[in-house]
Design a protein around this ligand. Structure first.
Ligand code: 5GP
Length: 120
């Protein structure tokens, strides 16, 4: 979807295992799995298991503070597990103009190559 319709996304089907994915890390609140179209040797997506209105970071409320912290900590755990602790990037594309395509909040964890700055 180009814009946020609030409708369920493909990530719900990944959470329910209706659509297969390669899970890298999972706990009670978040799921991390490999991106189907990797932009780096390591490219993992981390999502809240309960979207709870978190279609994008810009829609976050105080009630989301705990899961937001968990998502960021999970990025660190994933980076360690993937052996990229020394250099990695965490990205959130927020909204259509930032190329968000799935309206279920997700962190991209990217690494395993030189990550240039600034991005495009
Ligand atoms: P966005 O552009 O919204 O920040 O990122 C969405 C990401 O989800 C993209 O990098 C895209 O490759 C990934 N993606 C979309 N559909 C699927 C899928 O069915 N499985 C997996 N593993 N990744 C997906």
């Amino acid at each position: 979807a180009r814009v946020d319709s609030g409708a369920p996304t493909i990530f719900d089907k990944i959470i329910s295992k209706e659509i297969p994915s390669t899970v890298v890390y999972e706990d009670d609140k978040v799921l991390a799995f490999r991106d189907i179209n990797p932009q780096a040797p390591v490219h993992v997506l981390i999502i809240p298991k309960q979207r709870d209105g978190l279609t994008e970071l810009g829609k976050a409320d105080h009630r989301h503070e705990e899961v937001l912290g968990r998502l960021l900590y999970a990025a660190k755990v994933v980076a360690e597990k993937e052996g990229i602790s020394e250099g990695f990037r965490v990205v959130i594309n927020n909204g259509a103009s930032a190329c968000q395509s799935v309206y279920h909040l997700h962190l991209h964890v990217l690494g395993g190559r030189l990550m240039k700055w600034p991005p495009g």
